[in-house]
Design a protein around this ligand. Structure first.
Ligand code: PEP
Length: 242
C-alpha cells in the first residue's frame, strides 16, 4: 500500500524566528497515521532537526547536487542533507526546472545521488498551462516521469508529486476529475505500484479533504499553506481522516 504523506515545501522562506511554527507542529499536532514532512531552506535543517528529534515530523531538502562533494560553489550534496537531519529531498520542482534549466535527465541523476545517500527522492512532474491547453498534459507528465525516475526507484526510496505549474502559488487548482485523470495515469505508469503519489498546487485547508478523497492521491506537496502550523496542521488532519 502507498504511504500517506503531507509534505511542506518552505521554498526560500524562513528565518530562525519561524522555527516557532515547527515547534507548534511538533507540540500541538497529535502523531497522525500519515507521514509529516517539512522541507525548509538548508539554513534551517540543523535547528529543525533538533526540534523535531523524536517527533512525528521528518525533514527534507529542496534540491541536491549529483555529486557527493567537491568544487560546486553554492550547491549542497545529498550526503550533506542527510548529515543535517534530512530523510527526503524534493527534486525537479518546476521552479528549479524553470529557474535553473533542470532537465529530467539531470533530475534522474540527482535522484540516484539521493538514493545513494539513503534519502527518499520526491520527484516533481507537471504541465504548464499552455501544455494543458494544447491537450498535452498526460504526454508531458508521463514523459517527465519516465525520464526523471532512475533505475532502482521503488516505493521505499521514491515519491512522485504531480504539480501542475499553473496551479503552484496561484490559488488555482485543477478540477477533481483533472487531478484524478493524471494520478490514475501515474499509478499505471510508475515502476512500483506502491509508490506514493502526491498532488501539489494551491492545496489549502479548504480543499485538502476533497483532493485526498481521490483514489490515487496519497497526500500533498504544500507550499504556501505549509508555512503556518495551523494551516498545515489542518491539511495533515484532512489527510489523516482520508
Ligand atoms: C509547491 O511549491 O510545491 C506548491 C505546491 O506551492 P503552493 O502550495 O503554494 O501552490
Amino acid at each position: 500500500m502507498p504511504c500517506k504523506l503531507a509534505a511542506g515545501n518552505w521554498k526560500m522562506n524562513g528565518l530562525r524566528a519561524d522555527l516557532v511554527e515547527l515547534r507548534a507542529l511538533v507540540a500541538v499536532q497529535p502523531a497522525p497515521d500519515c507521514g509529516v514532512l517539512i522541507c525548509p531552506p538548508a539554513t534551517l535543517l540543523a535547528p529543525m532537526a533538533e526540534i523535531a528529534a523524536g517527533s512525528h515530523v521528518q525533514l527534507g531538502g529542496q534540491d541536491c547536487h549529483t555529486g557527493k562533494s567537491g568544487a560546486h560553489t553554492g550547491d549542497i550534496s545529498a550526503d550533506m542533507l542527510a548529515d543535517a537531519g534530512a530523510r527526503y529531498v524534493i527534486l525537479g520542482h518546476s521552479e528549479r526546472r524553470a529557474d535553473h534549466g533542470e532537465s529530467s535527465d539531470l533530475v534522474a541523476e540527482k535522484a540516484r545521488a539521493a538514493h545513494s545517500a539513503g534519502l527518499i527522492a520526491i520527484i516533481c512532474v507537471g504541465e504548464t498551462e499552455a501544455e494543458r491547453d494544447a491537450g498535452a498534459t498526460l504526454d508531458v507528465v508521463l514523459s517527465q516521469l519516465k525520464a526523471s525516475t532512475p533505475a532502482g526507484a521503488t516505493a521505499a526510496n521514491t515519491v512522485i508529486a504531480y504539480e501542475p505549474v499553473w496551479a503552484i502559488g496561484t490559488g488555482r487548482t485543477p478540477t477533481l476529475e483533472q487531478i484524478a485523470e493524471v494520478h490514475d495515469a501515474l499509478r499505471a505508469t510508475v515502476p512500483d505500484a506502491d509508490m506514493s503519489l502526491l498532488y501539489g498546487g494551491s492545496v489549502k485547508p479548504g480543499n485538502a479533504a476533497e483532493i485526498f478523497g481521490l483514489a490515487n492521491v496519497d497526500g500533498a506537496l504544500v507550499g504556501g499553506a505549509s508555512l503556518k502550523a495551523a494551516d498545515f496542521g489542518a491539511i495533515i488532519s484532512a489527510l489523516d481522516a482520508a
